[in-house]
Design a protein around this ligand. Structure first.
Ligand code: C5P
Length: 400
């Protein structure tokens, strides 16, 4: 693991972080920005890490290899501790002009940030925006915690770097992150298409992003994931088996085949509710001014599978325009769900398309937990925290 230090008062604690990590059995290397050296010396970092420090001097010393590429490829985790507002901003902005952002750009497999700064700075919208961006890119944020700050007279508040012991415990939970290991997850995503004739269909604008984010997050947490997806343009997530379907019936068949063997089903698909009673075999000519079409219901996939539920955790999504919580709770009961994620398609940044979503988690008893608007990737982890908890395998979440 590479532990990278940026410029902040908490940098004096990084040698202790390195020591604790080594005591816990991790192989560590230290990296430092120029500003980090205002607070901690290269010698103390190198002694604590037991090796050379990757800093600007080392980076630009004559050699035939690129250190940032080499170190990023070597590390199973890049831990930035402390992470200053600047370090977060550089990485969120895609820069590569200091050793930390270069390691991030060079493709460090996993990146965890341990922010440390004044509480007001931490709460600043610009900082939070950068944090959100990094989380949306799959990075982890550890802390900060509440507590005494370095500057004289400063109010205690959120902004303190986690203590070396706690950071070590969190890092261990990430590296060994296994709260869904050995679990099999079925995720559905995207719209379905119900054909009226060979070239026309009924569908909806679902992008599939929510389900793809859940599949990606679950795979990263060690689950065996099958993603059953309607037609979408989204890049398939790494580590998940992809099953492409078109109609509601095909989606039901694909999920039914795998349902008995799964531990959890997260159904984000926007299944079309209606299909043509008698689809035409040929493209229908454009004749007359008015025409009616007989529609029949597609199968309700969740309700069908819910009837076969043994001990699987089941999660659904519901879009409502009014009386959301009551209706969503009723749906959760009818479909045998453990909980349902309710969103309001009429609200900006919620529901179909986009990279963000705003949902309220609702259980069958009508209890509800509204969540703030956030990236679909981050929401995916929050939903999976609940799933893992229901499966009895939750480990302490590593986010603020
Ligand atoms: O009843 P409603 O369509 O609002 O319920 C939404 C939830 O039910 C979603 O999780 C959706 O994936 C699922 N659903 C389904 N089969 C249908 C329609 C919706 O499984 N035919």
């Amino acid at each position: 693991m590479v532990v990278a230090v940026s410029g902040g008062a908490a940098a004096i604690k990084t040698p202790f972080v390195l020591r604790r990590l080594r005591e816990a059995g991790f192989e560590v290397r230290a990296a430092a920005t120029d500003d980090a050296y205002r607070f901690v010396t290269a010698l103390s970092l190198s002694l604590a890490a037991g090796g050379e420090v990757f800093d600007r001097g080392a980076w630009f010393s004559p050699r035939g290899r690129a250190l940032h590429l080499e170190w990023a490829a070597w590390a199973d985790l890049l831990l930035v501790a402390p992470a200053s507002a600047d370090a977060l901003a550089s990485a969120a902005g895609g820069r590569g002009d200091d050793v930390i952002s270069a390691l991030v750009l060079a493709g460090a497999r996993r990146v965890a940030w341990a922010p440390a700064m004044n509480g007001g700075m931490w709460r600043n919208r610009a900082v939070q925006r950068n944090v959100e961006r990094l989380v949306a890119d799959g990075h982890l944020i550890l802390g900060p915690s509440e507590g005494a700050m370095a500057t004289e007279g400063e109010e205690p508040g959120p902004g303190r770097m986690l203590e070396p012991e706690e950071l070590t415990a969190r890092v261990r939970a990430i590296v060994e992150r296994s709260d869904l290991r050995g679990r099999s997850l079925l995720v559905s995503a995207g719209p379905t298409r119900e054909f009226l004739d060979p070239v026309r269909f009924i569908s909806n604008p679902s992008s599939g992003r929510m389900g793809y984010a859940i599949a990606e997050a679950a795979a990263q947490r060690g689950a065996e994931v099958t993603l059953v997806t309607g037609p979408t343009e989204v890049r398939p997530p790494a580590g998940a088996e992809l099953v492409r379907v078109v109609t509601a019936e095909e989606m039901l068949a694909a999920l039914a085949d795998r349902f008995d063997a799964c531990d959890a089903l997260v159904m984000t698909a926007a299944v079309a509710d209606w299909k043509a009673a008698v689809p035409a075999g040929q493209k229908q000519p454009k004749v007359g001014e008015r025409r009616s079409l007989e529609l029949i219901r597609t199968p309700d996939i969740l309700e069908t599978l819910g009837g076969r539920k043994r001990n699987q955790v089941m999660v659904g999504f519901a879009m409502e325009t009014d009386e959301g919580v009551t209706r969503a709770a009723e749906k959760a009961r009818r479909k045998h769900l453990d909980f349902i994620c309710l969103n309001y398609p009429t609200r900006e940044g919620s529901g179909f398309g986009g990279d963000e979503n705003e949902v309220t988690l609702v259980t069958t008893d009508g209890a509800s937990e509204p969540l703030p608007r956030m990236s679909k990737r981050r929401l995916a982890d929050i939903i999976l925290d609940r799933v893992a908890r229901l499966l009895g395998s939750w480990v302490e979440a590593d986010r603020y």
